[in-house]
Design a protein around this ligand. Structure first.
Ligand code: PLP
Length: 412
């Protein structure tokens, strides 16, 4: 053993940690003190063998649940062949996934990255470059909405406009004008000679499961057409089958110019994508944007396997049926516990309960019932099961939720 290694092993900082979360991991998350060893469908299992029903799905990521056999097969088969070559070369899986996404959506072009924030960054850059190459370099500002969440990079926290995420990081990245969610008059009033685009989540997830009215989305499309702006959607959380359509905007019968996608598209493998019309993509030519890992063979193998499942005939119909069951069961919980639950809301299996009791206490009480749920702004708890959840698991989860709510005293 080298002298330096021996010395580091005896330093107090290495010796200090025995139980609980390791201080070696930066404390950027308010984590639950839970560790899971494996997953099976909608269930997560601790090293002690305790089973938790997972209605958080890694925050709307594990669309096919945990350890889905076809995703395991796709990943391991690819792992034996090739992991990474970079974008110096063509990547066969990218071409296949891009062509399939193009066939299934409004898009003509796809850019692959690794996360939701990166997909949103790419969308922001694409919108600015589009106006630039269209002879409007003065148009670089983007209208965003109160309650938005687009990620944690410097540009995406500025786009989201949440003061809690901006505080202490210096001047916010310029170029975002925020208006109230759902307010078409305020949106139109915010359009100026520098406006390039409008950027919206069809269903705000982190913001509290706020569903944009379909009429509002249609009005935004019309505003963009009238003023020469791009309509940019963030479907990182609400896309990929979660609402019962492949993408949430389909419910409104509109198409965007740009769309950021991530989370569910990789089923648990880090994968993000920017989808664009040919016109909206025209600014992003070689050298304008890139990513070392974006669209690497492993992510592409899994992405193609996720898409196989979601595009399987009947899959989205089943999501819609399961949505009905979940909504009915949650409405029953609300009727049973009116002092705890104010409202059940959401689209598809992106469901939220606005509560009258503190959400952090409910999340803890749910853990006591071996149920995992996710909080959101506005005192909302999210129920985001895998899209292939069973009816029995829906009943089981809502019973656990009701028991958890009953444990939390109503404030007087
Ligand atoms: N956009 C939306 C709508 C999201 O919900 C999230 C994450 O929760 C992001 C962007 C950022 O995604 P990521 O955490 O993968 O960067």
């Amino acid at each position: 053993m080298s002298a330096s290694l021996a010395a580091s092993e005896t330093t107090p900082k290495a010796a200090a940690h025995t139980t609980g979360p390791s201080p070696a991991v930066m404390a950027t998350y308010a984590r639950q003190d839970l560790v899971f060893e494996r997953g099976e469908g909608a269930w997560l299992v601790t090293p002690e063998g305790e089973r938790y029903l997972d209605f958080a799905s890694g925050i709307a990521v594990n669309v096919l649940g945990h350890a889905h056999p076809s995703l395991i097969a796709a990943l391991t088969e690819q792992a034996h062949k090739l992991w990474h070559t970079s974008n110096l070369y063509r990547v066969a899986g990218q071409e296949r996934l891009a062509e399939r996404l193009v066939a299934a959506t409004f898009a003509d072009r796809v850019f692959f990255c690794n996360s939701g924030a990166e997909a949103c960054e790419a969308a922001i850059k694409a919108a600015r470059r589009y106006q630039y190459v269209s002879g409007h370099p003065e148009r670089w500002r983007i209208i965003t909405f109160e309650g938005a969440f687009h990620g944690r990079t410097l540009a995406t926290i500025a786009a989201g406009g949440n003061s809690r995420y901006l505080e202490g990081f210096g001047p916010p990245v310029e170029g975002f004008d925020q208006v109230p969610f759902g307010d078409i008059a305020a949106t139109e009033a915010a359009i100026g000679p520098e406006t390039a685009a409008i950027f919206i989540e069809p269903v705000q997830g982190e913001g509290g499961v706020n569903v944009a009215p379909k009429e509002f989305l249609r009005d935004l499309r019309a505003l963009c057409d009238k003023h020469g702006l791009l309509l940019m959607l963030d479907e990182v959380q609400c896309g990929m089958g979660r609402t019962g359509k492949l993408f949430a905007h389909e419910w409104a019968g509109i198409t965007p110019d740009l769309m950021a996608v991530a989370k569910g598209i990789g089923g648990g493998f880090p994968l993000g994508a920017l989808l664009a019309t040919e016109e909206a993509a025209k600014g992003l030519v070689a050298g304008t944007h890139g990513s070392t890992f974006g669209g690497n063979p492993l992510a592409m193998a899994v992405g193609n396997a996720v898409l196989d499942a979601v595009l399987e005939p009947g899959f989205l119909d089943q999501v819609r049926q399961r949505t009905l069951r979940l909504k009915q069961a949650l409405a029953a919980v609300k009727d049973q516990l009116p002092d705890h639950v104010e409202e059940v809301r959401g689209e598809g299996l992106l469901t939220g309960l606005k509560l009258k009791v503190p959400v952090p206490e409910v999340v803890k009480a749910a853990i006591g019932e071996k149920l995992l749920v996710a909080g959101a702004s506005g005192n909302v708890v999210r129920m985001l099961p895998p899209l292939n959840i069973t009816d029995e698991e829906i009943v089981d989860a809502t019973e656990r939720l009701a028991r958890a709510l009953e444990r939390v005293p109503v404030p007087t």
